[in-house]
Design a protein around this ligand. Structure first.
Ligand code: NAG
Ligand code: NAG
Ligand code: NAG
Ligand code: NAG
Ligand code: NAG
Ligand code: NAG
Ligand code: NAG
Length: 421
């Protein structure tokens, strides 16, 4: 092979081919298809309720503004108190704010943070429920991929009672709260009748569960009292990020299902090298704004001449391993991160993990998302090496070093990824 300074790899239209290997359980059986008499669900049927605090808003605002579209996204930011002068005039790029009702007297207790979030469901509903189909509650350190949310909820009948959301990645969190709970910060998604029923029962709900100190747990308990449980949600993924540290391992081996949200952005390392958290959020949204349907979708292919395995997490990273590895293996995230609450002994995570390794045949060369462009026929994402792997080549698979590779370009069709059912 000719060694050149900038060897560029093209992977043309590999997406539809490789995705065949990811056929997952048949979601259509668990979805209740929307009858054709109802118009298709679009973004204007969704209303967001973001729970924030006045104190944190000046920096959390960057996360929300990375995905919020002025005059397009519907919803409100609920603050614990009126914004101070420095935050005014309120910018158009932020969601309109409301001040949460003061529950101190009603609940006769001082700590009402969790209850404020639950009560927020009613406040959002009362503010704006015209043509509302789905009400989505989330935290101010979450990033939502609204096009994907629309695609996923559009498959459900909003006239029925649905409670959608994701589990924590950390086993102990699900154990301590509930395996039937939508972890709130990343988005609790409620269909219209359920949101309405909760709003109607809100005062009773808060009184009944005044002893609980967590918003998502209280919400689950109240929803359960209405006879509704968390729906299976294999067809989508919320990165709850109940994790600490470097989450690149998880984001690089994301399941092939639409990414709906990323939570706890403030709790983890910045997701891109040499960028801070806000820059990272904005950078990630550059890819998302081009094509949300492919965000973080993992594609795996092989370069036989060099015995390389290539794994691409669209819009985030590309990795080259210097030996052929089965797809089932590459789909397992490398545990670069730590659990939110460690278990006394394994398992810590709700999925299998691989241990990070310094073995040249095991450790990937990591490339980070650099740029995206639509050239008319294809969307081209480019990934560049952030830091050298600093290891010799893998000898047992032919000693083909990938060290000289500086950039990887991935071509994908300039149209939405078709869901594999
Ligand atoms: C969404 O659908 C409604 C019909 O239910 C329609 O009136 C509205 O224009 C649509 N909005 C967008 C943004 O497509
Ligand atoms: C948003 O809507 C307001 C009120 O209709 C209007 O004044 C403003 O120009 C709009 N802004 C954008 C960015 O569309
Ligand atoms: C809420 O009301 C209590 C008294 O009922 C008051 O002490 C507290 O300051 C109020 N909180 C806010 C944020 O206004
Ligand atoms: C409020 O709580 C305090 C202390 O927890 C208690 O002494 C008081 O009686 C309560 N008031 C009402 C109206 O329940
Ligand atoms: C969650 O709520 C249940 C009651 O529904 C309670 O038993 C459990 O202790 C709560 N967990 C946490 C962590 O608050
Ligand atoms: C690929 O690796 C195998 C051993 O796993 C080796 O036998 C083969 O020669 C290698 N091919 C190339 C092109 O280096
Ligand atoms: C592997 O390649 C490197 C660099 O080309 C070379 O220095 C080394 O001797 C090779 N090792 C083997 C075992 O062939």
């Amino acid at each position: 092979m000719v060694l050149s300074a900038a060897f560029i790899l093209y992977f043309i239209a590999t997406f539809s081919l490789t995705l065949k290997h990811f056929i997952s359980p048949p979601y259509q059986y668990i979805l209740s298809p929307l009858k054709s008499t109802v118009s298709p669900t679009n973004l204007s049927h969704l209303v967001f309720g973001i729970i924030g605090s006045e104190k944190a808003w000046h920096h959390r605002k960057a996360y929300i503004e990375s995905w919020w579209k002025t005059n397009v996204t519907r919803g409100f930011l609920f603050l614990d108190k009126k914004p101070k002068a420095a935050l005014l005039p309120w910018p158009e790029t932020s969601p309109p704010f409301r001040v949460s009702e003061n529950l101190t007297r009603f609940l006769n207790r001082s700590g009402v943070r969790a209850q404020r979030m639950v009560h927020g469901i009613m406040e959002v509903f009362n503010e704006d429920h015209e043509d509302l189909r789905w009400l989505i509650m989330g935290d101010d350190d979450s990033i939502f991929f609204v096009d994907n949310i629309v695609d996923v909820v559009a498959g459900y009948d909003h006239r029925k009672y649905y409670y959608l959301g994701g589990h924590s990645e950390t086993v102990v969190s699900n154990y301590l709260f509930s395996f039937n709970q939508a972890f709130g910060g990343a988005g609790i998604v409620l269909s219209y009748p359920l949101a309405k029923a909760l709003a109607n029962d809100m005062k009773n709900c808060l009184r009944r569960y005044a002893f609980l100190n967590s918003a998502d747990n209280t919400t689950r308990a109240c929803i359960s009292d209405l006879g509704v449980n968390l729906s299976p949600h294999m067809g989508n993924h919320q990165a709850i990020i109940d994790l600490h540290g470097d989450i690149s391992g998880l984001l690089s081996s994301h399941p092939v299902s639409p990414l709906l949200s990323l939570h706890h952005f403030d709790m983890v390392d910045p997701i891109f090298p040499s960028m801070n958290r806000f820059e990272s959020a904005r950078h990630l949204m550059k890819a998302a704004n081009m094509d949300q349907s492919r965000m973080l979708q993992q594609t795996i292919c092989y370069h036989r001449r060099t015995n390389w395995s290539v794994s691409v997490s669209w819009g985030y990273s590309a990795q080259i391993y210097e030996r052929i590895m089965p797809r089932s293996y590459l789909q397992i995230p490398i545990a670069t991160f730590q659990p939110w609450i460690p278990s006394p002994k394994p398992p810590n995570f709700m999925f299998n993990t691989r241990q990070p390794s310094r073995d040249p045949c095991e450790a990937p060369h990591v490339f980070s998302f650099k740029s995206v462009e639509n050239n008319g026929d294809a969307i081209v994402t480019r990934y560049t090496q952030a830091r050298r792997r600093a290891l010799p080549a893998c000898v047992s698979s032919g000693n083909h070093s990938a060290d000289f590779l500086s950039s990887i370009r991935v071509l994908s069709p300039a149209k939405k990824r078709i869901e594999v059912l």
